[in-house]
Design a protein. Sequence first.
Length: 136
Amino acid sequence: MGDARQMAAAFEAVLKTGDFAKLGALIQEWATDDFVEEWPQSGERLTKTASQRMGEMYQEKSGTSPKFAYKRMLGGGDIFVVEGTIDYGDGVPVSYVGIGEVRDGKVAKMTEYFANPFEAPAWRADFVEKMEPATA
């Protein structure tokens, strides 16, 4: 399949739409046959087929229709990182980081992390500069 720039451009274009169904279709096109998606926080792993099936049934099974807000994608060589936020319909901007591993021009693995916002502890105020929190 094409080169890494072509793949990155295809993923970035779809990520900017926030459309999970389009992302699932892109995974089918640009993922290796032995592709795995891992969520370390919940201890779950999905195969390429399971990832596609879950994506197709996500709204029906979960009762939510998440929206992805793309921030950026960085990478080089066989690694890329995607940052964004996900709104699962409750207005809470869940921070997202996905680490992709490429093999032979296709995505072989995605390791994804999700983090809910939290209030910074008061004791850190003297050490940090306040910034705008992530939005969905």
